[in-house]
Design a protein around this ligand. Structure first.
Ligand code: GLY
Length: 428
């Protein structure tokens, strides 16, 4: 088979790596890919947003399956265009992708079908958004641009003054352009967060390991939000919470999407918060998480092609996915200053060779004068797996000591919440 991966970040490197291990995959392409993917496949210089360019490439190379990493091409309708041309592609179509690309639509959908979610309001003008202040008596609240805003559209607002400023920024100054034409204002919830992934062909569902992302820049979940500073899997939820997630959230969501005439085929990613009142949906995404994919894919047994093809062909009922009895942990190495201003072009060096068991997934790197250099805020993902989470964590941080680039920054506490949970479980 010939397979094309769309995208060029850590998630896409993890997808390409897993695909490269399939006996069925004889030729692997990535567009645009990255220097890490270039070691296992052929990178082609087509942007992930160039839908026509990608479709022409897939036709010319007779690609058997295209796997889409990021949300933007999905929201632009890459799946609709590929299917129109008779090309097989993994991911939801444009209408189904609204579950992520239109947060107002997603919240109304959750409300209509009684899915557990925070209270929310939707506004399209500053004057109506400011009236919200007459009804609210508790801060913080969450303000979201309804459209895709490259992970920057969600703010936790701590006071009336901040709220007014945020409304002005999005609905008056149009900071996010079209993506900020509508805002969703939500109740702020507290609790541990978990990322839940299912593959679905619109009817059948197969669960992938749950995971926990670490969105804040600094240890102990302090500092500004980022695209994700690390993750571990599986996220250890107890039986009661797991049942609620599966039976009250995921299954009804897939059924309700179908009920709405939405042909959702792909991965459905629910960002869940486990509050004192039970799990609630923070958001739905229409693709694999980043950096969650980097921890989930290494602990999946078997050939990934089979479930991905089954999703596109609506044959998921026949598929089972086995997970290794391992923990997986990913630490993101970021450029100093990220998520604000940071330098790129710093040479990445390895003081000694990494263990063969360690996985490196490139995120923002490039080759410059035959040297590997940083090219973005999140630069690299270092991943280890082990039966014991403590050992996996120890190893990942030992491996990181071998990697260097000027200004390299990373969190030191990835996996701690899992270790605490396991300790409490052992005590009981
Ligand atoms: N891990 C967050 C995301 O992929 O959106």
């Amino acid at each position: 088979m010939k397979v094309l991966v769309v995208g060029g970040g850590g998630r896409e490197h993890a997808l390409a790596w897993k695909l490269s291990r399939s006996k069925k995959v004889k030729k692997l392409y990535a567009a645009p890919g990255n220097p890490g993917i270039a070691q296992i496949g052929t990178c082609v210089d087509i942007l992930a947003t160039d839908i026509q360019g990608l479709a022409r490439f897939a036709e010319s190379k007779k690609i058997d399956l295209t796997v889409v990493g990021p949300e933007v091409p999905l929201a632009l309708g890459i799946v609709d265009e590929f299917e129109r041309r008779g090309l097989k592609i993994f991911g939801p179509n444009q209408k189904a992708s609204r579950i992520e690309s239109d947060k107002a639509f997603a919240r109304e959908f959750m409300y209509r079908f009684g899915l557990p979610a925070p209270k929310f309001q939707i506004y399209t003008s500053a004057s109506s958004a400011l009236k919200y202040l007459k009804t609210v008596n508790k801060f913080p609240v969450v303000v979201k641009a309804a459209g895709l805003a490259a992970g920057k559209g969600v703010s936790v607002v701590a006071s009336r003054k901040e709220y007014e400023k945020k409304v002005d920024e999005i609905l008056v100054q149009h900071r996010f352009g079209e993506a900020g034409k509508t805002i969703v204002v939500e109740e702020f919830l507290t609790g541990q967060e978990a990322s839940i992934f299912v593959l679905t062909d619109g009817i059948n569902m197969v669960y992938l390991p749950s995971s926990q992302d670490h969105k804040k820049l600094n240890d102990r979940n302090r500092g500004p939000n980022t695209g994700g500073m690390g993750a571990y899997a599986p996220y250890p939820t107890n039986k009661r919470v797991t049942n609620i997630i599966e039976e009250v959230i995921m299954q009804p969501t897939v059924l309700s999407l179908r009920d709405q005439g939405i042909d959702y085929r792909g991965v459905l990613y629910a960002g869940i918060i486990i509050t004192s009142l039970g799990p609630k949906i923070l958001e739905f995404n229409c693709r694999f998480g980043d950096p969650e994919a980097q921890v989930i894919l290494p602990i999946l047994e078997g050939d990934i092609i089979e479930p991905l093809m089954a999703v596109t062909e609506r044959k998921l009922a026949d598929v089972k996915i086995k997970t290794k009895n391992h923990w997986s942990i990913c630490v993101v190495l970021a450029s100093g200053g990220y998520p604000y201003e940071y330098r790129i072009g710093e040479e990445i060096t390895f003081k000694s060779s990494l263990s063969k068991k360690t996985l490196i997934f490139h995120a923002g790197t490039k080759m410059e004068d035959s040297k590997l250099v940083s090219a973005s805020g999140r630069v690299m993902n270092v991943v280890t797996t082990h039966e014991n989470l403590k050992v996996a964590k120890h190893r990942v941080y030992e491996e990181i000591k071998k990697i260097h680039f000027k200004g390299m920054y990373y969190r030191k506490d990835i996996g701690n919440s899992g270790m605490k949970k396991m300790k409490r479980k052992r005590r009981r």
